[in-house]
Design a protein around this ligand. Structure first.
Ligand code: NAD
Length: 503
């Protein structure tokens, strides 16, 4: 059971294998979204701490044992990380709930699943293989080395802090990279607990994983700009992602971006209706709608629209709002005060655009816990795809229902958006899932399911939803680069003034 003691916990950050205060000595408060009260103090890092952390990661990469260790030995340490997460999954989930207010059932599912990433990429560590190339020159022996890129910067959001860190950390460590992580200023505590219980106990050499805490402009920007960082893996909003990408481009860093979404959940009239209703609820109200893959645009085929909306409203209105630390709670608070304001403002926007509110549409007043940041599950019908409520990411429990007549129109509406992260399709047809999945411009398409993720399945966005993919075998490529080695065993002659080509 989550311990909500009122004394503020004082955290230090973790740089070069040592617990330390911010160089400035400053701290900032982190809030419990359920009570609305501060519960911990986090070091307020700045440029100086960023520099210390990147230098530590750089030493660990350049002179330290990590990239020089055999991949098999690296894999063993990663398995130890997985075991430590298994051991502390409940504790870590409770700290996630305290900091981000998401449901204990959801956060526990995430922390219990996280070890799989470390087992999977630990298994890949000693299968990173170069190649021998029979090059088109006589007497040559050519080969390609696969090398870790170097120091990586991770920047993560508040909605699933540890899971989204894991998606980056496991492939980076397997590749032999060292890292500096900047968590969201709203949810730094669970990462610091993870460092204490998992990373510091895992046998990883000092400097391989470092943390700098603080806000985006003060800590994120100098980290992205640092000349010794060679790769940036960012998860967050699309506007922030664009800024990070611009800064990183100035020093030619590799960048991967996992950004926002406005995903269509498309229900055809040949669906199994109860499954689709449950999928629509899960798509938008799970995690209080604070997930990048929220199915926030529900596309309903005309013939079933009214019946579906009735069923949807009936199910959604039974959602139990309350303390996210209790197993029976189904909708928790919004994580941050600015996000709470943003959601309420989008509800006003939807009304002013002429959408019809058929459920919720206001803040929920909750006496218990003192929590201020609850929004009732909200459904708008009569939405057309040009409205802002259909085009812009709300990141809250607000669903836009859009009617369509046929498959072509559904696909046109689904793709008529800046984003392309996920999409759901509900149908019993055998043929339709494949044709529709091919025509949807999104990184993930779920058919008769929604919000499923796995360490084995690539995850990422089309268009403004991101660059690159996390998870699956291809994710490790983002942390590797190729080096071509040429050995001439023959004569060294030839014209020194022209390039050595085959002819
Ligand atoms: P955000 O963009 O505000 O912040 C994300 C991170 O970036 C935080 O750590 C923040 O401190 C940092 N940051 C802010 N400004 C920065 C700057 N100028 N330079 C460097 N770093 C900076 O996002 P958020 O509000 O924390 O999270 C919600 C957003 O994240 C939503 O848009 C959601 O869709 C997206 N998200 C995407 C995925 C995905 O996998 N595609 C997953 C989860 C969340």
């Amino acid at each position: 059971m989550l311990d909500r003691t009122t004394t503020l916990q004082n955290y230090q950050t973790y740089i070069d294998g040592t617990w330390t205060d911010a160089a400035s000595g400053k701290t900032f408060e982190t809030l419990d979204p359920y009570t609305g009260q501060p519960w911990a103090l986090i070091p307020e890092c700045d440029n100086t701490d960023v520099d210390l952390a990147v230098e530590a990661a750089h030493r660990a990469f350049d002179a330290g044992p990590w990239p020089k260790m055999t991949p098999t030995a690296r894999g063993k340490i990663m398995r130890r990380i997985a075991q430590l997460i298994e051991q502390h999954a409940e504790h870590l989930a409770e700290f996630e709930v305290r900091d981000n207010g998401k449901l204990i059932s959801e956060m526990l599912a995430q922390t219990k699943y996280m070890p799989e990433w470390f087992y999977y990429y630990a298994g890949l560590a000693d299968k990173i293989q170069g190649a021998v190339v029979s090059v088109d020159r006589p007497d040559h022996f050519n080969y390609i080395l696969r090398e870790p890129v170097g120091v990586c910067a991770f920047i993560t959001p508040w909605n699933s802090p540890l899971m989204l860190t894991t998606w980056k950390l496991a492939p980076a460590l397997a590749a032999g990279c060292t890292v500096v992580i900047k968590p969201s200023e709203y949810t730094s505590a669970s990462l610091l607990e993870f460092m204490k219980l998992v990373i510091a106990e895992s046998g990883l050499p000092p400097g391989v994983v470092n943390v700098v805490t603080g806000c985006g402009p003060m800590v994120g920007e100098p980290l992205v700009a640092h000349r010794k960082v060679v790769k940036v893996a960012f998860t967050g909003g699309s506007a922030t992602g664009a800024r990070v990408n611009e800064i990183a481009a100035r020093t030619f860093k590799k960048v991967s971006l996992e950004l926002g979404g406005k995903s269509p959940n498309i229900v055809f009239d040949d669906c199994i209706m109860d499954d689709a209703v449950s999928g629509a609820v899960s798509g938008i109200f799970a995690a209080t709608g604070q997930t990048c893959i929220a199915g926030s645009r529900l596309l309903l085929q005309e013939a079933i629209h009214d019946q579906f909306v009735d069923k949807l409203v009936s199910m959604a209105k039974t959602a139990k709002l309350g303390d996210p630390a209790l197993a029976e709670t189904q909708v928790g608070p919004v994580t941050t005060p600015p996000q709470y304001q943003k959601i309420l403002s989008y509800i006003d926007i939807a009304r002013s655009e002429g959408a019809k509110c058929v459920l919720g549409g206001e803040a929920a007043q909750k006496a218990e816990g003192g929590g201020k940041y609850f929004v009732k599950p909200t459904i708008f019908t009569g939405v057309n795809n040009r409205m802002r409520i259909a085009q812009e990411e709300v990141f809250g429990p607000v669903l836009s229902v859009i009617k369509f007549t046929n498959e072509d129109e559904a696909i046109e509406i689904a793709n008529d958006i800046a984003y392309g992260l996920g999409a759901g399709i509900w149908t019993q047809s055998l043929k339709r899932p494949h044709t529709v999945a091919q025509r949807i411009k999104a990184g993930t398409v779920w058919i008769n399911t929604y919000r499923a993720v796995s360490f084995m399945m690539p995850f990422g966005g089309y268009k403004a939803s991101g660059l690159g993919r996390e998870n699956g075998i291809e994710a490790i490529e983002g942390y590797l680069q190729s080096k071509s080695v040429w050995i001439n065993n023959g004569s060294g002659g030839g014209n020194p003034f022209i390039m050595k080509t085959a002819s």
